[in-house]
Design a binder for this molecule. Structure first.
Ligand code: IPE
Ligand code: IPE
Ligand code: MG
Length: 252
């Protein structure tokens, strides 16, 4: 099946990169970049539904980001917690449903409480599914989904690769679906362990814009670029009817 755009609304995922460099370029501490990045999150959330985005997955903190200095890690968690506390009511009014993906067992409890409170308060939102990835690793998520799948298959049933693939797909993206468009800001062109399974056929857009500067026109431009791409999913679109092909005998 080929399609130029999703019929039910887009799943857009963003690797929000470049906060540290944005701050350093201005002679500010890195944490100032993380703080400035919050306004960019607000802008993206506000304008996403108008651009046909149904699911927005934002990479906020990777499992590998634990390798950063503890003060920076602490500041990032503090900033996310403040964002949730300040924005919860606004998200609810906008019809956004917040869902945090990633490991929860290492998240400091004040942030965890705020996450649970916001998820609960916005649970009925239908305009936008806002997913924030915190302590997230795609490899860990895939391994976990595979482990859950193994556990779900009755002991006497055979485990086939196809069966496992279906269950893992279901486990990873049953509601949010596959990613249509992946955007990375900050100029790097890599995935950094983000949504490796769900981006199998995502269109990729890389921009040099640092995340704190990313605004609604950048988001609209990325969606516009997506709309001009031809998605093929391995097939041949608009295949013209060819005369039946007669292979020479020795070619069979
Ligand atoms: C992305 O910005 C935010 C996180 C990874 C938490 P960075 O902090 O990676 O910014 P750069 O890449 O160093 O500029
Ligand atoms: C990816 O950015 C993680 C987030 C944006 C949260 P990084 O800055 O951590 O990625 P690398 O280290 O440049 O690959
Ligand atoms: Mg970075």
């Amino acid at each position: 099946m080929t399609q130029s755009k999703s019929q039910t609304g887009l799943h857009v995922a963003i690797i929000m990169d470049g906060n540290g460099r944005w701050a350093t370029q201005r002679g500010l501490p890195r944490v100032a970049g993380h703080r400035a990045g919050v306004s960019a999150v607000r802008r993206a959330v506000e304008h996403a539904p108008d651009l046909g985005i149904r699911v927005l997955t934002l990479y906020a903190f990777s499992s590998d980001n634990w390798a950063r200095p503890p003060q920076e890690v602490q500041s990032i968690f503090w900033i996310i917690r403040a964002f949730l506390r300040l924005e919860c009511e606004r998200l609810r009014q906008q019809g956004a449903r917040l869902e945090v993906i990633g490991r929860r067992d290492r998240i400091p409890s004040p942030l965890l409480r705020e996450i649970e409170r916001t998820e609960c308060a916005t649970a009925n939102g239908h305009t936008l599914n806002l997913r924030i990835a915190i302590d997230y690793s795609a490899r860990t998520a895939i391994a976990q989904a595979a482990a859950d799948a193994f556990a779900a298959i009755p002991p006497h049933e055979s485990i086939t690769a196809d069966k496992l693939r279906n269950i893992v797909t279901q486990g990873l993206s049953s509601e949010s679906g596959a990613v249509d468009l992946l955007i990375r800001t900050g100029g790097e062109q890599r995935l950094s362990d983000f949504l490796l399974w769900e981006t199998a056929y995502a269109e990729l857009v890389f921009t040099h814009r640092m995340w704190p500067d990313f605004d609604e026109s950048d988001l609209a431009r990325a969606v516009g670029e997506f709309n001009h791409r031809e998605r093929r999913f391995g097939a041949i679109p608009n295949l013209p009817l060819e005369p039946s092909c007669h292979l020479p005998d020795n070619a069979q």
